[in-house]
Design a binder for this molecule. Structure first.
Ligand SMILES: [Zn+2]
Length: 365
């Protein structure tokens, strides 16, 4: 196996490439931290906005940070919280507005209070969570936005990154000497839609802030649903020799394509969401290392609820080493889904997570 680059975090070295499951609300649904370790998961992404509203950043800080809160001692990345808020507002302007000051949103918990979510607040929450990788708040326009709207979003993303950097440095200085080990890393987000010039402008505008890495902002798929390969490849080239995070990516074949462009960190809800819908990823090979990642058909789906699996006494996949495949038959998993037992979700989630971590291990070879 070739030597993998790795980054230092306060929660140990993080070898790249890596896949982070989404622990949106400080939990990967249906599984706990020991289950995640059993699937060789090496890091997680938590959602800054959701955690700041429930249970609240103050409570998590009081618990000793999100690692202690969810009993997870490997690296954690926190997103800025902007994507969820903006998607909500752009779908329905009743939920708030976006200005240079920040995102004004209406609390939907019944109080209907208007709250201002600023770049500074995003960074403060991420410090309260104790994340190892933090992400600057950015302005993410919708995929069908006009060029002018994308341009406005790029300039705002650059200004907000400057404010995030300043708040990040201020908080880092205020805790100097109180905490040993590597400092958290701060990543910017490159916006610019499908426009090469605007992508370049965003990368140039962010450069003076000397960020530790960059995320791919915006929509990684074209309006037709294909991978926006040209935009992804260009954006990777714009930030040489830094951490490249393909935010929200993606299907296994898209992860392979993005890895070849230079992207090294991936996070995606697909394996866990699919598991809850009984959709399981299975290698089309006798051994995972025999899978041909260059062809789109390197895996297929098994639908655990399918009647034909009622008497399937073998595992979901003979080439998977996850706890589900190691100890249980597909017939048993089918039965658990059939009777609606929560164990079905846990076992299916572990299987799909292991498929993704195996995929990353193959890319690293
Ligand atoms: Zn398995």
């Amino acid at each position: 196996m070739k030597e993998q680059p790795s980054i230092d975090t306060a929660h140990g070295p993080l070898a790249l490439p890596v896949y982070f499951p989404d622990a949106t609300r400080a939990v990967v649904r249906s599984v706990d931290s020991r289950d995640l370790e059993a699937c060789a998961v090496r890091g997680l992404v938590v959602n800054t906005f959701h955690l700041s509203t429930r249970p609240g950043a103050g409570l998590i800080k009081q618990a000793g940070g999100v690692h202690a809160f969810m009993h997870w001692d490997r690296p954690v990345a926190s997103d800025s919280g902007g994507f969820q808020l903006m998607s909500m507002i752009r779908e329905n302007p009743r939920y708030g507005t976006i200005s240079d000051r920040g995102i004004h949103f209406v609390d939907l918990d019944g109080s209907r209070e208007r709250t201002l979510f600023t770049p500074e607040r995003s960074i403060r929450v991420q410090f309260d969570l104790g994340a190892d990788l933090m992400i600057c708040l950015d302005d993410c326009p919708s995929p069908d936005a006009s060029r002018l709207d994308v341009e406005v979003a790029v300039e705002r993303t650059i200004r907000w990154a400057g404010r995030c950097r300043a708040e990040f440095d201020r908080l880092l200085a205020s805790r100097a000497g109180r905490r040993a080990g590597p400092r958290p890393l701060l990543l910017g987000v490159i916006q610019g839609g499908y426009d090469a010039d605007l992508r370049r402008r965003c990368a140039e505008g962010l450069r003076p802030f000397e960020l530790d890495g960059y995320g791919f902002g915006g929509w990684p798929l074209t309006p037709a649903g294909d991978l926006a390969a040209d935009t992804l490849a260009l954006t990777a080239e714009l930030v040489p020799d830094t951490l490249r995070f393909a935010l929200g990516m993606g299907k296994p074949e898209h992860i392979v394509a993005c890895y070849r462009m230079g992207w090294r960190i991936f996070d995606c809800v697909l394996p866990t969401r699919d598991a809850r819908h009984q959709r399981l990823y299975v290698w089309n090979a006798a051994r995972p290392d025999q899978a041909d990642l260059g062809t789109p058909g390197f895996y297929h789906f098994v639908y655990a609820g399918d009647k034909k699996h009622t008497r399937q006494m073998g595992p979901i996949s003979t080439v998977c080493d996850c706890p589900c495949c190691r100890d249980y038959s597909l017939a048993y998993l089918h039965h658990l889904f059939d009777i609606g037992d929560a164990l079905a979700l846990r076992l299916a989630t572990m299987h799909n997570l292991r498929f993704y971590t195996q995929l990353i291990e193959l890319l690293a070879r």
